[in-house]
Ligand binder design. Structure first.
Ligand SMILES: Nc1ncnc2c1ncn2[C@@H]1O[C@H](COP(=O)(O)OP(=O)(O)OP(=O)(O)O)[C@@H](O)[C@H]1O
Length: 308
């Protein structure tokens, strides 16, 4: 490894490919994650996020490519307790209590947090003695989080960690994550909640059809998509006239309030004020992460399981 960043990387994926029958799920993913980085993996359904994470953790073998975690194989890094994971798949034993599950996990590692500490950080204290099988979906997620944390890992890998959590549980989860990352630890998480990526990630990697199509900070990803949105109250101006203004790509009118999506917002704003001099309450905003996500994955069928 000649690249010093790659040499000291928490995660290094090089030329990863994975095929399931006819489905080429991951098609040449290269990714280096520095220690201390919090990386959100985004993409539509079937983009290859879970397959990439499973390979990263050594749960699935790539057809091609190399994976190292802190310079070790995934298996070795996991055995040394450097990696904690919270995955969509893999059930925990329904008969055990939350506390027993975390105890079993802790016993497998050379160093670990105190079980009560992990339970407390994950917000499980109040139902630690309840059987796992009897817990709600969001409560189970938090037990999984405690189980991932207990080895006191340097890298946490989380696949849609807040699925099934209510608003309060989700806020508690991210507060615990902030505490965990304060010490410079690394997190790779996949999510469909773009606000979580926006609020929590240092870096966003956008996947589509098995490839990385954008990689950067939220601001950098948003800047990949040209355009801005102009909002304004425009009394008596028909939508078709707004749509026809130079610089405007599309327009939505709700009552007198217009939202103009613009390829060239300077030109559009001048034209708007010329056409509707009474326009007021004007705002010009950059693309949100959601706008960028939709634009960059635009021809992707929504909610399909097709990967080819
Ligand atoms: N074990 C498997 N057997 C067959 N096909 C699989 C398997 N695992 C994944 N796939 C396929 O690989 C593609 C990528 O799936 P993957 O779960 O990695 O996507 P994802 O980005 O995590 O999607 P989602 O957001 O829906 O969780 C999909 O087409 C999926 O059907």
């Amino acid at each position: 490894m000649s690249d010093p960043v790659a040499a000291g990387a928490a995660v290094r994926l090089k030329g990863l490919h994975k095929t399931f029958g006819d489905v080429h799920a991951v098609r040449g993913v290269d990714l280096t994650v520095a220690p201390g980085e919090v990386l959100a993996l985004l993409g539509p359904n079937a983009a290859g996020k879970t397959t990439t994470m499973d390979m990263l953790l050594g749960l699935t073998t790539p057809d091609q490519g190399e994976i190292t975690l802190f310079g070790r194989t995934p298996r070795r890094a996991t055995a040394e307790g450097l990696v904690g994971a919270m995955l969509q798949s893999g059930g925990l034993l329904d008969e055990l209590t939350a506390r027993e599950i975390v105890q079993v996990m802790a016993a497998q590692y050379p160093r670990s947090l105190k079980v009560d500490d992990a339970l407390g950080r994950a917000g499980v204290d109040t139902y630690a003695r309840a059987r796992y099988g009897g817990l709600s979906g969001g409560q189970k997620q938090r037990v999984r989080f405690a189980a991932a944390l207990v080895c006191d890992p340097d890298l946490l890998v989380l696949d849609e960690p807040t699925v099934a959590m209510d608003v309060g549980a989700r806020a508690g989860f991210w507060a615990a994550m902030r505490e965990y990352t304060t010490g410079g630890r690394t997190v790779v998480f996949a999510t469909h909640y773009l606000a979580e990526a926006q609020d929590f990630a240092d870096r966003v990697v956008l996947m589509r059809r098995g490839r990385v199509i954008a990689d950067g900070s939220v601001a950098e990803i948003c800047a990949k998509v040209d355009g801005r949105t102009i909002g304004a109250v425009v009394p008596g101006t028909p939508a078709d006239e707004l749509r026809a203004l130079p610089g405007v790509a599309s327009a939505v009118l709700r009552g007198d309030r217009a939202e103009l999506h613009c390829a060239d917002s300077d030109t559009a704003l001048r034209a708007l004020l010329a056409r509707a001099p009474a326009a007021h309450d004007i705002s010009v905003t950059a693309m949100s992460l959601e706008d960028a996500f939709i634009a960059l994955t635009a021809d992707e069928p929504v909610n399909t399981e097709e990967g080819v």
